[in-house]
Design a binder for this molecule. Structure first.
Ligand code: GLN
Length: 488
């Protein structure tokens, strides 16, 4: 419509804020709005349409997870400790999106410092699932996924350290892609687990994933782990037909304990892929049983190191009247971080400490290699692995907050892609009897995003699950628990 001038970028942006005014009070997808700047960007976009210099993202309103630094726009990671932090620079993905002419709607809510699977941060309050407000939106990029599902933006960026793009996308009935480690620059992404973190898109369909990937991918000398490798036109991969594609079903991912409705939806999805021409075979990823344990050593270890910088000295929250310097650090970190982040810092410090390093961190790193080798073996016989994204549809808000181990176990199917560095994608593949979306995970070898996009595109074209929209009955309305952020 923008291209045909049936709508202007300013009208589109205004319509998005109208929508936000109507639904945001019940969803709580955003931490910070960017309306003034967005309208200016929309004006510029209008001009680019007039000049004929508009690209596919020009004038498109996007939400940005609040873990990605935005110059001049507060970036909190949904944490009190960064509550007043305004970055003096843009993340590389922001530089690229702004050049493309995207309109930045606001910063989306997340689990504090991306640690979690439900977007229930203490400081900014939970993001509600647009399909059912008493359920979680998934996490940690729950704000991004919910905002896309609730039409509060047309697409969003998330980050994924162990599933944080794919799992909320699955729970909110939208598409999400975690690219290969090194595909998208991490410059300006607030670090959680640096060897696992990757930025990626959350969108309404697979075509939109490809469009955003075209814009944000590529080598960046400011991120030493980014890979100097040409960026293909990802939209060129969106062609019909799956003849010649081999789909592997890892037997360790279809075990008892998974919600039978999830298994049925994913298996039906596999049947659909077979009908489209793909060949399906059984494979094995034998070290799957160690995935959760290994991840929850490595990720907290890296986090404990990365989060040492939040000490109240140079930026962020500082406790007001400490007795001395040590007390300033102590009070600031104790009161600035929420309980899950503190738990991770303590776990990470423990597994790295003298005497325990060999038993935990070194051992976990060794098993991580075995997990990566499992994938290398599997991709010798198949192109794509298909699995559930999460063992259950979205659970209820508050249901797991007192049971961190249960929460960690819900990440069982998504953690391994990060440890292997491979790309993973989530596409909607059905609904539970309660009407909650279910996602199907596709994983491929390093830098095989095009294969994922092709398979996902064919799948959604054939099934149409992505076209279904959440319609909320008025009786379901429960006002968002006002977060501490809004009380301050
Ligand atoms: N749920 C996982 C964790 O808490 C993954 C989060 C993420 O991908 N950022 O660490």
């Amino acid at each position: 419509m923008l291209k045909k001038r049936e709508i202007s970028a300013v009208e589109l942006t205004k319509s998005i804020y109208d929508r936000i005014d109507r639904v945001e009070n019940e969803i709580n997808a955003f931490v910070t709005m960017n309306k003034e700047e967005a309208l200016v960007a929309a004006e510029v976009a209008n001009q680019r349409y007039k000049d004929g210099t508009a690209g596919p993202l020009t004038g498109i309103p996007l939400g940005i997870k609040d873990v990605i630094c935005t110059k001049g726009l507060r970036t909190t990671c949904s944490s009190k400790i960064l509550g007043n932090y305004i970055p003096p620079y843009d993340a590389m993905v922001m530089t690229k999106l702004r050049e493309a002419g995207a309109v930045i709607v606001g910063k989306t809510n997340m689990d504090e410092f991306a640690m979690g699977s439900s977007t229930e941060p203490v400081w900014t309050g939970p993001t509600h699932n647009p399909w059912s407000l008493e359920h979680i939106s998934g996490g940690s990029s729950g704000g991004s996924a919910a905002a896309v599902a609730a039409d509060e933006c047309l697409g969003a960026l998330g980050s994924d350290t162990g599933g944080s793009i794919r799992q909320p996308a699955a729970h909110c009935g939208v598409a999400g892609l975690k690219p290969t480690y090194g595909r998208v620059s991490r410059y300006g992404l607030v670090a959680y687990g640096s060897s696992l973190d990757q930025i990626g898109p959350i969108t309404k369909d697979v075509t939109d994933l490809a469009i955003i990937m075209n814009s944000i991918s590529g080598y960046d000398p400011q991120d030493s782990t980014s890979v100097p490798r040409e960026v293909p036109d990802y939209t060129a991969a969106l062609t019909h037909g799956l003849k010649g594609i081999k789909i592997g079903l890892p037997k360790e991912y279809f075990i008892s304990g998974i919600d039978p409705e999830v298994v049925t939806a994913v298996k039906n999805g596999v049947t659909e892929l077979e009908k489209l021409g793909a060949e399906v075979l059984d494979v094995s990823l034998p070290h799957t049983e160690y995935v959760v344990a290994v991840y929850y050593v490595i990720a907290p270890a890296e986090a404990s190191s990365n989060l040492a910088r939040y000490d109240g000295v140079k930026y962020g929250f500082r406790e007001k009247s400490p007795a001395n310097l040590m007390d300033m650090y102590y009070q600031t970190r104790t009161n600035g971080f929420g309980p899950e982040v503190i738990r991770r810092i303590i776990m990470g410090t423990y597994v790295l400490s003298a005497g325990y390093y060999d038993a935990y961190y070194r051992k976990a790193s060794q098993v991580r290699t075995l997990i990566r080798q499992d994938f290398e073996e599997a991709f010798k016989v198949c192109d794509v692995l298909v699995t559930p994204v999460a063992p259950t549809p979205a659970f209820k808000i508050g249901q797991m907050t007192d049971d961190p181990l249960q929460m960690y176990l819900s990440d069982i199917f998504t953690l391994s892609a990060n440890m292997a560095g491979i790309p993973g994608m989530s596409v909607p593949c059905g609904f539970s009897s309660a009407g909650l979306p279910i996602g199907m995970q596709l994983m491929a070898g390093h830098f095989k995003e095009e294969t994922l996009l092709k398979v996902g595109f064919n799948f959604e074209s054939a099934t149409g699950f992505h076209k279904q929209k959440p319609t909320r009955e008025p009786s379901l309305r429960i006002p968002t628990k006002r977060s501490m952020l809004h009380e301050e």
